[in-house]
Design a protein around this ligand. Structure first.
Ligand code: BES
Ligand code: MN
Ligand code: ZN
Length: 501
């Protein structure tokens, strides 16, 4: 999909060729005296046009407008959230109609508020995304070009637009890999996806296999992988945009390509959804895809431990004790609590990178789905400043998180008679006890954990990956850029106005 930013007012946008024109109309809007303006004034007066977010008025062949289909859509107060709602409603109507809209033009009737342009671009991309990889026919309904008209299009709009388009690219890369069925997204294929990213500017990739991982002493990771025919992969992605001495921010993504539960096997209903158990890994891949697009002056390392969790004659058994890379021994009481086992070794590996901060991203617990549902990801961190930055990034990107507690009392249930720690506690506070387990491996650096079990994918008729939390992570990382305002000005100068997603 091609995104183009046009510096046009409403009258100018009306003259553009497109299959459909969507006009975002906020409350209190005073239309101009041009053809479309007059029509809007009448429609507002008659009550046919409602400025509540998501209310629609569909028109066909309105004389001054070149696009055959015109949708006037209420944008409420014009906040990012309301603009997203409005674009979702508009795209819902356009996508259900025929003929298919290939060239879409949307226009802000008044200059967009902070975050609204980004919200609109992301909503368009989100609602028009279609998964096709394992279908025999391509989808004929996908949008080819999306033009966005903003009056005067100031430098700030250009910067926001560039970020939005890069985020879309990253989100779609994450969706693609998370959506692929487990037989089309094995640990080896995921490593291939990471390697393909290393062709992009400033990105490099290294992939470790079973032998190297054994040499590192990652006994917890190896224990999860041992029941599968698919060899494990430990993926190390590097984005180097800053100078070599700058400490990197490390992202660790859970890459369980399929989670059967292992010997502690899961029930059959909805087990297919455990192909999404590499959603954390997919979000790390998506972030690197977007970084290569935006080229900020920061250093980022992505770590992805990837394997299947399978029941087998060789599989790890409940009660087995393994030694993690940190030297801590772990009693694996439940083989279905495998995410924390692969992550703890990746966190120990992160130590050697002398990171500025480490953020892990994982579809870790069903308990987090119960606690927060599909709206906010669970955020855990002992570092208040880091937690605040991540929460704020989530708000700015409309990719929300909610901070959860890490009181030491929650670790009580992880005590074991046979090892230093057990991999599960009781059912109570399951998302928190999982985070407490991980925290034992993070003493040497500022750390945060995002439990995305409820937010990484949707179930039901619209089943599919969301690409979350690529938006949050990218916003967080771009905020680390030193003198980030200067960086923004520089990049907007050399930015092209046409961008491909
Ligand atoms: N991948 C699952 C978590 C999950 C479950 C995410 C359902 C989304 C929906 C994870 O590996 C898991 O199985 N966790 C167990 C932990 C339990 C055994 C302590 C869980 O949440 O049931
Ligand atoms: Mn599991
Ligand atoms: Zn899992």
């Amino acid at each position: 999909m091609n995104f183009v930013l046009l510096s046009l007012d409403l009258a100018g946008a009306a003259k553009q060729p497109a299959d459909a024109l969507v006009v975002l109309v906020p409350a209190g809007y005073k239309p101009g005296k041009d053809g479309l303006g007059t029509l809007m004034t009448q429609a507002l007066k008659a009550g046919e046009l409602d400025t509540q977010a998501g209310k629609l008025l569909a028109l066909y062949r309105v004389p001054p407008v070149r696009a055959a289909r015109v949708l006037l859509v209420g944008a409420g107060e014009g906040s990012a959230r309301q603009v997203r709602q409005a674009m979702q409603a508009a795209l819902g109507v356009l996508r259900s109609g025929s003929p298919a809209v290939k060239k879409l033009l949307f226009c802000f009737a008044v200059a967009p508020q902070a975050g609204a342009l980004r919200a609109a671009v992301q909503a368009v991309a989100d609602t028009s995304y279609v998964y096709t990889t394992t279908k025999s026919k391509a989808d004929g309904r996908s949008l080819a070009r999306v033009s966005v008209a903003v009056r005067g299009a100031p430098a700030a709009a250009e910067t926001e637009f560039a970020r939005a388009v890069a985020t879309v690219t990253g989100v779609e890369f994450a969706k693609e890999w998370a959506n692929r069925p487990a037989n089309h997204a094995t640990p080896t294929l995921l490593a291939g996806a990471a390697r393909s990213l290393a062709k992009l500017p400033k990105v490099s990739c290294e992939v470790l296999g079973p032998r190297e991982v054994a040499r590192l002493g990652m006994g917890a990771f190896m224990a999860v992988a041992q029941g599968s025919e698919q060899p494990l992969r430990f993926i190390v992605l590097r984005y180097q945009g800053g100078n070599k001495l700058q400490a990197p921010t490390v992202l660790v993504g859970k890459g369980i390509s399929f989670d059967t539960g292992g010997i502690s096997i899961k029930p059959a209903p909805e087990m297919d959804e455990m192909k999404f158990d590499m959603g954390g890994a997919a979000s790390v891949l998506g972030v690197f895809r977007a970084l290569a697009e935006l080229k900020p002056s920061i250093n980022v390392v992505g770590l992805i431990p990837s394997c299947e969790n399978m029941p087998d004659g060789r599989a790890v058994k409940p009660g087995d004790v393994v030694t993690s890379m940190s030297g801590q021994t772990i009693e694996i009481l439940n083989t279905d609590a495998e995410g924390r086992l692969i992550l703890c070794d990746a966190l120990s590996y992160a130590e050697r990178l002398k990171p500025a901060a480490v953020v892990d991203i994982a579809t870790l617990t069903g308990a987090c789905v119960i606690a927060l549902g599909a709206v906010r990801s669970g955020l855990f961190s002992g570092d208040d400043a880091l937690a605040q930055r991540l929460l704020a990034a989530g708000e700015a990107a409309q990719d929300l998180a909610w901070r959860m507690p890490l009181d030491e009392d929650y670790a009580e249930g992880l005590k074991s008679n046979f090892a230093d720690v057990a991999n599960v506690a009781g059912r109570a506070g399951g998302a928190i006890t999982a985070a407490k387990f991980l925290q034992r491996f993070t003493a040497k650096f500022p750390w945060a954990h995002l439990d995305i079990a409820g937010t990484a994918w949707k179930s039901g008729a619209g089943k599919g990956a969301t690409g979350r939390p690529v938006g949050l992570l990218l916003e967080f990382l771009l905020g680390q850029e030193k003198g980030s305002l200067l960086g923004v000005q520089r990049s907007s100068k050399r930015s092209a106005r046409t961008r491909k997603a």
